[in-house]
Design a binder for this molecule. Structure first.
Ligand SMILES: Nc1ncnc2c1ncn2[C@@H]1O[C@H](COP(=O)(O)OP(=O)(O)OP(=O)(O)O)[C@@H](O)[C@H]1O
Length: 327
C-alpha cells in the first residue's frame, strides 16, 4: 500500500471555475515523491491553472490539495519557500549575466555562506550546460539558453520539488532535448513536475504522466503501465485459408478475440488474411501463438508480431473516450 506521505502533491476534487466554466474540474492528482512527472494536455486544458492552484497563486473554487502534506490555500507561503518554480515565460534582466542572475536569485532564496552560494551557482551553471556563457548578458541568450537559466534559477536552493510550466514548448527539437536531458539530471535529488503539450517529450523523460483534457484528469499512471494497458494485441498475416486459422485460435483458452481482414483474394491458396488477436496471457501468446498457426502446413505466415503502442495512441484513445463520455 502506498502511504499518503509517498505523494509530494495530492489534490482531491480540486476545481477552478472562471465564470461558469470549470477550467480545472474535480482533479484528483497524486504525484509520487522522487518521480519525474509529465503533466500532459492540449493548449487550454488547464495545466497552468492547476500549477497556479498548487502554488497558491489562485484560489480553488472547491476541492482541496496538498504539497509536502501542506494545504495549498492555508500554507501557500510555506509551500512556495520549498518549491523551485519556472513560469511559462520567465522574465530576466537582460543586462545581467547568467551568473549575476543566479547571484541575484540566491540573495533571496539561498541560505548559506558566500562560498556555499558561489559553489551552488557553479554547480548549477554546469548542470544546465551554461559554463561557457555564464558571464555573458542574458539579453543575447537563445530561447533554449534562457530556459536552461530558468531551470538553474528554479533549482537554486536545492528544492525537494521543481515545478515547471511548459519548460520546452517554445524550443526547437534540439533545444527541447537539451532541456529534457537537464530535467533528467534532477532524478534522485528532486521530484520534477512539469507541464507540456508535447507527447514525445513525456515519453522521453518521465516516469509517470498525468493527462489532463478540458480540466479533467483522464489518466494518471506510469508510462510503462499506460503503454501496456489492457491491449495485449498480436498481429499475424497469413497466406492460405485464414478462416480455419481464425476458427482454431478461437478455441484457445487465452485468446480473447480475433479480428480478421482479408487483404487479397487470388484463389484460396493465395488468400492473404490479416488477423488481430487479443489475448489474456501475452506470455503464452508470445511462445505459442505462431506455433499454433504454423501447425497447419497449408498456411504460410508472412508477418507476426506484437502490436505496440506509443503514447500518442494512448492519448488519442483516452481523449476520445473522454469526449464520448461527455456527449
Ligand atoms: N484568469 C482567467 N480568467 C478566465 N479564464 C481563464 C483565466 N485563466 C485561464 N483561463 C482559461 O482557462 C483555460 C485553461 O487555461 P490554462 O492556461 O490553465 O491552460 P493550459 O493547459 O496551461 O494551456 P496552455 O498550454 O495554452 O498554456 C483556458 O480556456 C483559459 O482561457
Amino acid at each position: 500500500m502506498v502511504a499518503q506521505s509517498d505523494f509530494i502533491i495530492t489534490t482531491q476534487n480540486l476545481t477552478k471555475t472562471y465564470g461558469r466554466k470549470p477550467v480545472v474540474d474535480r482533479l484528483n492528482l497524486a504525484v509520487p515523491r522522487g518521480s519525474i512527472c509529465g503533466f500532459l494536455g492540449s493548449n487550454g486544458a488547464g495545466k497552468s491553472t492547476t500549477i497556479k492552484l498548487l502554488l497558491g497563486l489562485v484560489k480553488p473554487s472547491s476541492g482541496v490539495g496538498t504539497v509536502f502534506g501542506k494545504d495549498i490555500v492555508r500554507d501557500s507561503i510555506a509551500i512556495r519557500e520549498r518549491v523551485g518554480f519556472l513560469a511559462q515565460a520567465p522574465y530576466f534582466y537582460g543586462y545581467l549575466t547568467a551568473r549575476e542572475t543566479l547571484q541575484f536569485v540566491a540573495s533571496f532564496f539561498f541560505k548559506g555562506s558566500r562560498a556555499a552560494i558561489a559553489a551552488r551557482i557553479e554547480e548549477l551553471i554546469e548542470l544546465v550546460g551554461l559554463s561557457g556563457k555564464a558571464d555573458r548578458p542574458v539579453r543575447g541568450f537563445s530561447g533554449g539558453e534562457r530556459q536552461r537559466l530558468g531551470i538553474a534559477q528554479a533549482a537554486i536552493n536545492d528544492p525537494e520539488l521543481i515545478i515547471l510550466d511548459e519548460p520546452a514548448a517554445a524550443l526547437d527539437p534540439l533545444g527541447r532535448r537539451n532541456v529534457l536531458q537537464i530535467l533528467e539530471r534532477f532524478r534522485g535529488q528532486s521530484t520534477v513536475f512539469y507541464s507540456t503539450h508535447i507527447l514525445d517529450d513525456v515519453q522521453r523523460v518521465s516516469d509517470m504522466v498525468a493527462i489532463l483534457e478540458r480540466g479533467r484528469l483522464v489518466a494518471q499512471d506510469t508510462i510503462d503501465q499506460l503503454l501496456s494497458g489492457d491491449r495485449n494485441l498480436f498481429s499475424i498475416t497469413v497466406r492460405g485459408d485464414g478462416r480455419t486459422v481464425c476458427d482454431r485460435l478461437k478455441r484457445v483458452p487465452w485468446v480473447k478475440k480475433t479480428i480478421t481482414t482479408e487483404v487479397g483474394v487470388l484463389g484460396v491458396e493465395h488468400h492473404t488474411t490479416k488477423l488481430q488477436v487479443q489475448v489474456t496471457n501475452p506470455n503464452a501468446a508470445e511462445t505459442e501463438l505462431l506455433r499454433l498457426v504454423m501447425a497447419d502446413p497449408t498456411i504460410i505466415v508472412t508477418q507476426f508480431g506484437r502490436i505496440s503502442y506509443d503514447l500518442e495512441d494512448v492519448f488519442v484513445d483516452l481523449v476520445e473516450r473522454e469526449l464520448n463520455h461527455e456527449q
